[in-house]
Design a protein around this ligand. Structure first.
Ligand code: FMN
Length: 374
């Protein structure tokens, strides 16, 4: 039993390790005739790429993506388009430094998956964490770029909303700020202090966690299926599937436990345009596992990087107590680069549900429905 694939109709399989020659993915089920070039994918990879600021790992990977299959030139338009066959994408690994890991090859980093991979498989690729490494997430970002092209008018944006004890002030939220600072932070004032905060943590040989929020606008109503195919359930699984994620919430999330029914339930009116309008969005755009047409809002908590310089008590694979201190190149806050990864996972899930909805119900009559004839 192996699980390197997710999605039903938009199906993504990834392969590769941190220090292998390349990483890649195969996307099966992408509809035909969608314009697709490397240049459509690369900007998203560039946002996740390591080594872009001193606040992320200094591993230098250009992350240049190649489309290996699944595209052809459309004779009529001259554009390169998807053919409906599997789309294979590959990125070469160019900056491996496997010797950085030789000192810890028999020891288990507290908080990392070294122990459990060894228990499960009886061996592990210790070079950069092998398959446990978030290097694999580059392929999710690539798949997410393809997914974004499937749902018309879909807009998915992510932001870092908390690092350690520091939270954004939502009154200062500005989406334009997100790409202006190295933290994907929508609050310029908070972003201005996070650099010093992280420098200090790094000097101490430490690391810190973060919370990321992803907002998907333009999600058509009706996506998601009761009961085992809920949109929120699939989003939670996809986001929890990102390395280091320890919590996911949708809409009001855990705060909903503090609310009364009248505070929580999103009231409805008819807008001047005759369309349904919600007065709030505690549901995070999903009711009964089915999208309402409101923005889908998901948040996820990312734990602090486990590979830290500070010596920690641990054991080795031969049953001896020992200490470990991890050198090498690591993100002091892996939550930063998790922002484009979270966006990509949301894009893949929504694209999958969009195709599933089309497959099951095709065109449904438009809401509001006509009253019965008397
Ligand atoms: C973008 C990103 C980069 C990461 N980089 C590192 C890293 O440099 N060092 C590290 O110890 N963990 C890193 N991680 C986290 C590990 O991959 C993760 O903790 C490990 O695979 C164990 O899985 P789990 O935390 O989901 O249980 C990173 C995670 C993400 C999302």
């Amino acid at each position: 039993m192996s699980f390197n694939t997710f999605g039903h109709l938009f199906r993504v399989t990834t392969f590769g390790e941190s220090h292998g020659p390349a990483i890649g993915c195969v996307i099966d089920g992408c509809p035909p005739r969608i314009p697709l070039r490397e240049a459509d994918i690369q900007p998203y990879l560039d946002r996740r790429r390591p080594g872009q600021s001193r606040y992320t790992t200094q591993r230098q990977e250009p992350d240049t993506v190649r489309i290996i299959s699944g595209v052809f030139i459309d004779e009529i338009t001259g554009a390169q388009v998807t053919t409906g066959t599997p789309i294979a994408l590959v990125i070469d690994n160019l900056d491996q430094r496997s010797k950085d890991y030789s000192a810890i090859k028999d020891k288990y980093r507290p908080g990392h998956a070294d122990l459990t991979y060894d228990i499960k498989y009886g061996l592990r690729d210790y070079r950069g964490g092998g398959r446990q490494s978030a290097r694999e997430t580059a392929m999710r970002v690539a798949a997410g770029a393809v997914a974004r092209k499937i749902v018309p008018d879909l807009k998915i944006r992510g932001a870092l909303v908390q690092m350690g004890p520091h939270r954004v002030d939502r009154a200062r939220w500005d989406w334009d700020e997100v790409d202006k600072n190295p933290f994907f932070c929508p609050d310029a004032k908070l972003a201005a202090m996070l650099g010093d905060y992280l420098d200090d943590l790094r000097k101490k040989g430490s690391s810190i966690g973060a919370v990321i929020e992803v907002v998907a606008e333009g999600v058509p109503p009706g996506l998601g299926a009761p009961i085992y195919g809920k949109l929120d359930g699939d989003l939670a699984a996809a986001l929890m599937g990102i390395n280091a994620v320890k919590g996911v919430e949708i809409g009001a999330g855990f705060r909903a436990a503090e609310l009364s029914g009248e505070e929580n339930g999103d009231e409805m009116r008819i807008g001047n345009d005759g369309k349904l309008r919600f007065l709030s969005n505690n549901a995070g755009g999903i009711l009964g596992g089915i999208s309402t047409g409101q923005p889908v809002v998901a948040r996820f908590a990312v734990k602090p990087t486990s590979s830290i310089l500070t010596p920690r008590r641990t054991v080795d694979r031969y049953g001896h107590e020992t200490e470990i201190s991890t050198t090498g190149r690591h993100d002091p806050c892996v939550g930063i680069r998790a922002v484009p990864i979270g966006e990509a996972m949301v894009a893949c899930v929504i694209a999958d549900h969009y195709l599933r909805q089309r497959g099951q119900v095709g065109d449904t009559p438009a809401w509001p429905f006509a009253p019965p004839a008397r």
